[in-house]
Design a protein around this ligand. Structure first.
Ligand SMILES: Cc1cc2nc3c(=O)[nH]c(=O)nc-3n(C[C@H](O)[C@H](O)[C@H](O)COP(=O)(O)O)c2cc1C
Length: 214
């Protein structure tokens, strides 16, 4: 990178692209957008698939306007000419939360037939951070292979799996932990994770192993 380009990038606004696709877990995308707004360091660019809007309505009872109101800039999933469809539009990266197996397949195979997949394709070609909060269970071989392909290209596949060691009491607790781990991957400081793991000794005191050897 030339010194001029480095300077331009340093001055560019910090932006992050958030995609919401039609997997279960729309709450993760919503809480992520809310956290990013609270933190305030990044301009958020939102793209929601048609199925993403359906799952948000089904799971959270919210409409497109509610979703759109959480972001700084909203892009139509059919607008493949949007700013985020080009690598020359500088961003810190992209999160797809939740990421359906269909969108995972599109990203893993370079099938950029909508803006969600195209923006993710841009992240991979520009070697920018791409986090796929891939949600399905159980997984078939296509899902597993697509996760491998995406990982080989540099994406981070991050299924929204609960951290049971954190003793979550509510779904909100589980989602906050996931959102916190997503923000960690971008180096964004946050307060989503109330108590971070600091070792078994902290959990059990002096014994250190909860008495497992007793
Ligand atoms: C309520 C609901 C929940 C769904 N949950 C999942 C899921 O967890 N994972 C998944 O891959 N697809 C799930 N689907 C199916 C996807 O929405 C569907 O495959 C869709 O074509 C994905 O399109 P998109 O990736 O463009 O959003 C769900 C659909 C509905 C209506």
């Amino acid at each position: 990178m030339s010194p001029m380009n480095a300077q331009e990038n340093a001055q560019a606004p910090r932006r992050i692209v958030v995609g919401i696709s039609g997997a279960s877990g729309a709450m993760i995308g919503v809480r992520l957008l809310e956290a990013l707004r609270r933190i305030g360091t990044h301009e958020t660019h939102l793209v929601v698939s048609a199925s993403g809007a359906v799952t948000a309505a089904q799971e959270l009872g919210i409409g497109r306007n509610d979703l759109d109101g959480l972001a700084d800039v909203v892009h139509n999933v059919r607008d493949v000419g949007a700013s985020i469809a080009s690598g020359s539009f500088v961003t810190s990266g992209m999160v797809i939360a939740p990421c359906s197996m269909k969108t995972l397949a599109a990203v893993a195979n370079g099938l950029s037939d909508n803006l969600l997949a195209r923006a993710a394709d841009v992240m991979l070609k520009e070697r920018r951070r791409l986090v796929l909060v891939a949600r399905e269970t159980p997984l078939n071989l296509a899902h597993l292979r697509n996760m491998t392909y995406a990982t080989e290209m540099g994406a981070i596949v991050m299924p929204p799996v609960p951290a049971f060691y954190a003793h979550p009491k509510t779904i909100e607790d589980v989602v906050a932990h996931t959102v916190g781990r997503i923000l960690d991957l971008f180096g964004i400081e946050h307060r989503e994770i109330e108590k971070r793991w600091s070792g078994l000794a902290d959990e059990f005191g002096a014994r250190g192993n909860g008495g497992a050897n007793e």
